[in-house]
Design a protein around this ligand. Structure first.
Ligand code: AOF
Ligand code: ZN
Length: 356
């Protein structure tokens, strides 16, 4: 029904106001409609603060209109006592009889129970309005709860002749394939995800800081693969300035090699044992899930990215192609995905793929 879609669309744009501040909660928006007019709006601002429905209901000036109103919400109203009391109880208590919901909540404590509560109380409930858009809005939250792993974004830059890096050799200077605007965009992306992952060779070749210094935003948790401890212990990724998970074969000998004096915060360094003889991607996903990381951006190198592609463990790929050519070097990852968007950024080309 078009009218429902119009109001759920409004819920989605309200929800987006919470982008970046609701984690681990989803972004949710809600409107209260009386006689085809919005009389209250709200969104979830931050975990621990009231949910969207509470804010929308509180924004209604004349409470006596609520029993003749419809409440719209982009995500199923909750049914559990978490940091706040259940929204479905509030809706019932306020006498609201009609509830229109974008999509079911995948969170195990809710997952249909909010809808059931409302229906048992005699509310008229419609579910699945702009469902795809409502799930897309919280793609990280949905993937995390349904697949029990983080939402995975692959990012790399390749030359126009298809190389991700020049031939590996020790002590080479980092080589830039993309321009400054693309680099700034990557820092924005880093600020949007909860974790950033790189493999050993990327750290050795580029000594990346993996932070968001070109953009205002939080630094993601660092995830570093260092099978046999080849990464120089003075690398920027091991400075302990943010939480850092290092996957290695021998965590015990690893920790003894790290100079405590070079670490800004020792507790930020978490060493995890990984069986590199088996597929690594599922094991990494499991640890990130246990650490409640809902998303990760994987920034290289080719082998690390390829191991996630081969395991089918990726959701999006963002691929820059620069004007430069290397003639030889390390081949860029091979991926079969659906191209959904393409744009030019300065002299670079950027393609977005999804795994479908
Ligand atoms: C809603 N409306 O606006 C949001 C919901 O710990 P709590 O109490 O904040 O509950 C968090 C869970 O509630 C979260 O995992 C998700 O399932 C749901 N989020 N529900 O009714 C909202 N943000
Ligand atoms: Zn709620």
């Amino acid at each position: 029904m078009k009218i429902h879609e119009k109001y759920i669309k409004r819920c989605i744009s309200l929800a987006r106001n919470g982008f970046g501040s609701t984690y681990p909660n989803p972004m949710v928006g809600s409107v209260v409609v009386h006689k085809n007019k919005i009389i209250g709006e709200g969104w979830h601002q931050k975990a621990g603060l009231p949910h969207a429905e509470v804010n929308a209901i509180n924004a209604v000036a004349d409470e006596s209109l609520l029993p003749q109103s419809t409440i719209y919400v982009s995500l199923e109203p909750c049914s559990h006592f978490g940091k706040t009391p259940p929204c479905s109880d509030l809706i019932i208590a306020k006498g609201i009889k009609k509830v229109v919901i974008g999509t079911v909540d995948p969170f195990a404590k809710v997952a249909g129970r909010g809808i059931k509560k409302l229906m048992d109380a005699g509310c008229e409930v419609a579910v699945g309005i702009l469902e795809k858009e409502c799930r897309e809005l919280n793609k990280r939250f949905f993937t995390f709860h349904q697949e029990r792993r983080p939402y995975i974004i692959l990012k790399w830059a390749q030359t126009s002749d298809g190389f991700i890096a020049p031939e590996s050799k020790d002590n080479r200077e980092p080589v830039w394939i993309t321009g400054s605007t693309s680099r700034q965009l990557v820092h924005k992306w880093r600020a949007e995800e909860q974790a950033i992952l790189v493999g050993t060779n990327t750290v050795i070749a580029d000594n990346p800081k993996l932070n968001t210094r070109l953009w205002k935003g939080p630094d993601p948790v660092r995830v570093v693969l260092d099978r046999s401890g080849r990464i120089p212990k003075k690398s920027a990724v091991l400075d302990g300035s943010v939480k850092t998970i290092v996957f290695t074969e021998k965590p015990n000998s690893y920790s003894s090699e790290i100079d405590p004096g070079s670490l800004q915060n020792h507790e930020n360094l978490i060493l995890k044992e990984l069986d590199f003889g088996k597929e690594i991607a599922p094991q990494i996903c499991e640890v990130l899930y246990q650490n409640e990381l809902q998303s990760v951006i994987i920034e290289g190198g080719a082998r690390t990215i390829q191991s996630f592609i081969d395991a089918g463990l990726w959701d999006e790929a963002r691929v820059f192609t620069g004007k430069a050519t290397f003639n030889s070097g390390i081949d860029s990852p091979k991926l079969k995905g659906k191209l959904i968007h393409e744009q030019e950024i300065g002299d670079d080309n950027l393609k977005f793929y999804i795994n479908d």
